[in-house]
Design a protein around this ligand. Structure first.
Ligand SMILES: Cc1cc2nc3c(=O)[nH]c(=O)nc-3n(C[C@H](O)[C@H](O)[C@H](O)COP(=O)(O)O)c2cc1C
Length: 350
């Protein structure tokens, strides 16, 4: 019954929000949640009841309260951190943040394909910068309001920083955030920052992870890959993640390709949501095969049901993340998934 109150609230809200542009709806929601995150967390808990985790998951030194996490990009600046665990997420990723605050690409830059259940975005890492996120996360800790689930910061390169200085840009964010977040994700896979995805190439990735991991001083470091990497490049990137000592791999980010869409909306950018699933599923399997259990893999890309989450967990992913499913299915989705997941979760990797 209580779960259905959360679903009911979405049935009422969705038609109103979907009349607005996708970015405006996002700004209204984030602005509202960000103004009083603790109040909203309590309200959501009241509507949705306590999360029914199928059990905690150990990933390196981190204990995820459940295997369902919030993917990067929804709460780029960490405005509403206390809200996400209340929705049932067992771990939370904020960002992408960059060393420099930046406005991102001109609007419109976020599009809904409602019938396909997809989003196309070319946001371009709009964010207030890692210094601002550090101030927010430190304040939360100081006030004793840090969530009981791990919160990681997803890091990217500032647009103004030349590609050859990318490592320095990431390091600056690591330095600012390492005392206040629980883990880092090195994002080398967003399609909307020119050149960023070339950091997935062997030499560049080796240099970047080889610098970030020691700088994180023991904090877990994940690396996030694109679904558009070819088999060989993907296998090579997996090896580098293992050899440099990454805690885990997150895959996948959005795709520049357009599988399963009508092409009706021919916007440039990265596509996420339902049509991404077959591609991300295939790429995740390639990563699992290449990794052979040597590194934990967190699956993402088009997850919208417990069956899909379960499929990835059964295939060997230690956890999954989602974003677009929440936009189409609403805030009850995480509870719906965790309620249905088989318990206990057997995967536990270090
Ligand atoms: C509007 C939007 C913004 C995103 N921004 C980021 C980002 O800043 N950093 C990142 O690593 N991934 C970003 N993502 C990708 C998601 O984290 C996720 O990897 C991808 O959308 C696939 O999952 P999904 O189909 O469940 O959304 C973004 C996705 C969307 C839809």
């Amino acid at each position: 019954m209580r779960r259905s109150l959360l679903t009911l609230s979405w049935i009422l809200l969705r038609p109103i929000l979907f009349r607005l542009t996708a970015e405006r709806a996002h700004r209204i929601i984030m602005g509202t949640l960000g103004r009083s995150p603790r109040f909203h967390a309590a309200f959501i808990r009241m509507l949705g009841g306590p999360p029914s985790s199928p059990g905690p998951v150990q990933v390196g030194p981190l204990t995820f309260a459940s295997p369902i996490g919030l993917a990067a990009g929804l709460d780029k600046d960490g405005e509403a951190i206390p809200v996400w665990p209340a929705l049932g997420f067992g771990f939370v990723e904020v960002g992408t943040v960059t060393a420099l605050a930046q406005a991102g690409n001109p609007t419109p830059r976020l599009f809904r394909l409602v019938s396909e259940g997809a989003l196309i975005n070319r946001m371009g890492f709009n964010n207030e910068g890692s210094e601002r996120l550090a101030a927010r996360t430190k304040a939360l800790r100081k006030a004793g309001r840090w969530p009981s689930v791990p919160v990681g910061a997803n890091l990217g390169k500032s647009k103004l920083t030349p590609l050859e200085d990318a490592t320095e840009d990431y390091l600056q964010s690591v330095e600012r955030l390492k005392s206040s977040v629980d883990y880092f994700t090195v994002n080398v896979s967003s399609p909307n920052t020119p050149g960023l995805r070339s950091l997935q190439q062997a030499d560049a990735l080796n240099e970047l992870l080889g610098a970030v991991i020691p700088a994180a001083e023991g904090l877990p470091v994940f690396v996030k890959f694109s679904p558009d990497l070819e088999d060989e490049a993907l296998a090579e990137a997996v090896e580098i993640a293992i050899q440099t000592g990454c805690t885990g791999i997150i895959a996948t980010n959005t795709t520049r390709t357009r599988p399963g869409t009508t092409g009706r909306l021919n916007e440039d950018g990265g596509m996420s949501g339902a049509p991404l699933w077959p591609l991300s599923r295939d790429r995740i399997q390639k990563i699992l095969d290449a990794a052979c259990g040597r590194i934990p893999v967190i699956g993402a890309g088009g997850i919208r049901s417990a069956a899909q989450a379960q499929e990835l967990l059964d295939a060997g992913c230690v956890a999954v993340q989602l974003y677009s499913g929440l936009i189409f299915e609403g805030p009850g989705l995480v509870h719906q998934i965790t309620d249905e997941l088989r318990s206990p979760v057997t995967q536990s990797q270090t």
